[in-house]
Write a protein that binds this ligand. Structure first.
Ligand SMILES: [Zn+2]
Ligand SMILES: [Zn+2]
Length: 139
């Protein structure tokens, strides 16, 4: 299996060949904060089969744990930790086709945002709920 992905601006890309080691949706509070999102999803990859193009910088979110991101557009790219030294956990939303992602487990479920349960009952819109205002008024 060959997987590819990129950041929002395209300055960073990745290519992986081989089987993924895990396919996890993570609800932990560190991922919520780091991604500014209620949850994130990871593909576990073996380091030696993962290749990057472009520059990636990282933030050490706890001792020995690094969260990589594109320095140009800020897209979160990976989590890696000394606790799993042979793996890199790449954010599934950076896949070339994120719709292909197949999660098989959820972790840190105790931190799952309660409001996720309400999503199915909320009104749905194909685009914005309200038409955007004149762009001259917005920053
Ligand atoms: Zn970028
Ligand atoms: Zn997490």
């Amino acid at each position: 299996m060959v997987l590819t992905g990129n950041c929002m601006c395209g300055a960073v890309g990745w290519t992986y060949s081989g089987d993924t080691t895990r396919n996890l949706v993570c609800h932990c509070v560190d991922c919520q904060r780091a991604t500014s999102s209620p949850l994130t999803a990871f593909l576990g990859m073996r380091r030696e089969h993962l290749n990057w193009t472009g520059d990636v910088v990282h933030y050490e979110s706890s001792p020995g744990t690094f969260r990589g991101f594109c320095p140009t557009c800020g897209t979160r790219l990976y989590f890696r930790s000394g606790r799993w030294p042979s793996e890199v956990h790449v954010h599934a939303a950076t896949m070339t086709d994120p719709g292909e992602y197949q999660p098989d487990a959820q972790v840190f479920i105790g931190a799952r945002m309660k409001w996720l349960d309400r999503l199915r009952s909320l009104p749905n819109h194909q685009g914005f709920q309200q038409a955007p205002q004149d762009s001259a008024d917005t920053p």
